[in-house]
Design a binder for this molecule. Structure first.
Ligand SMILES: CC(C)(COP(=O)(O)OP(=O)(O)OC[C@H]1O[C@@H](n2cnc3c(N)ncnc32)[C@H](O)[C@@H]1OP(=O)(O)O)[C@@H](O)C(=O)NCCC(=O)NCCS
Length: 218
């Protein structure tokens, strides 16, 4: 089994983002490299929808550590990014490397080098001078303008717009369709609600929403 999987790729996660990842791999011509999917559990319907071999739960990864197989983080997030982050860090700790995915329809300025394991999904747009940390997800149609800085594990969800020079701290989530004004700082682990318009800095761990975005009182 180990021998068969050498130099292939394994997808981690079997939900909706995994299907988006599968289609990105197909568009890149990489789908034949995929040996299967590792996920905590997958229903029969999920297995049929994904159409890739189910290899088992996370524990099966141990036998492939150090074989050269590459992982792809296909755990999505609709708010806190902690599950994507924990999985990535645990697997890195086991010695795995993660593939960097750039959909052929994504546009990336020539001076941008995405961090290891980052994913730019279909029609994402990343302009000059942007720093992209490891395990960052820039989802479908998101726009990251010039000179933004995205810390590790950030998720810029579908259709969000970061104006120039926005700084997003580690593990923050910028919700679908949100707009962040130029030069704003978003703290580590913060969650920006879908459709929010962010015009003031956001502190670490805060949840903000609305227009103009305000912090939720817990
Ligand atoms: C902001 C967010 C994290 C809050 O999630 P939650 O804690 O489960 O919040 P709830 O759904 O319980 O809603 C709590 C209240 O906030 C309001 N609310 C929730 N999300 C909101 C948003 N994005 N903008 C404005 N108000 C929002 C709800 O209407 C509700 O108001 P009420 O108490 O007056 O009824 C979530 O709604 C959100 O926007 N997540 C981002 C989703 C996303 O980006 N998906 C992308 C996948 S690619």
């Amino acid at each position: 089994m180990v021998h068969e999987l050498q130099n292939g790729q394994i997808i981690l996660g079997g939900g909706g983002h995994a299907r988006v990842v599968r289609d990105t791999l197909r568009a890149l011509g990489w789908l034949a490299r995929v040996r299967g999917v590792v996920a905590l559990s997958m229903s029969e319907a999920e297995r049929v929808a994904l159409g890739l071999p189910y290899l088992g739960a996370d524990a099966v990864l141990e036998s492939w550590a150090g074989t050269g197989i590459e992982l792809i983080n296909a755990v999505g997030s609709v708010g806190a990014t902690i599950r994507r982050r924990e999985l990535y860090e645990r697997c890195r700790g086991m010695g795995f490397g993660f593939a960097t995915l750039i959909h052929p329809s994504a546009w990336l300025a020539g001076d941008v080098e995405p961090g290891a394991g980052s994913q730019l999904m279909a029609k994402a747009l990343v302009q000059s001078g942007v720093a992209v940390g490891e395990n960052v997800l820039i989802n479908s149609g998101a726009i990251v303008e010039h000179d933004c800085r995205l810390g590790a594990h950030v998720h810029v969800a579908s259709g969000a717009v970061l104006c120039g020079g926005v700084c997003v701290g580690e593990g923050a989530h910028v919700g679908a369709g949100a707009v962040v004004r130029q030069g704003i700082g978003i703290g580590a682990g913060a969650v920006i609600g879908a459709g929010a318009v962010v015009v003031r800095n956001v502190r670490d761990g805060a949840v903000v929403m609305g227009c103009p975005a305000g912090e939720r009182v817990r």
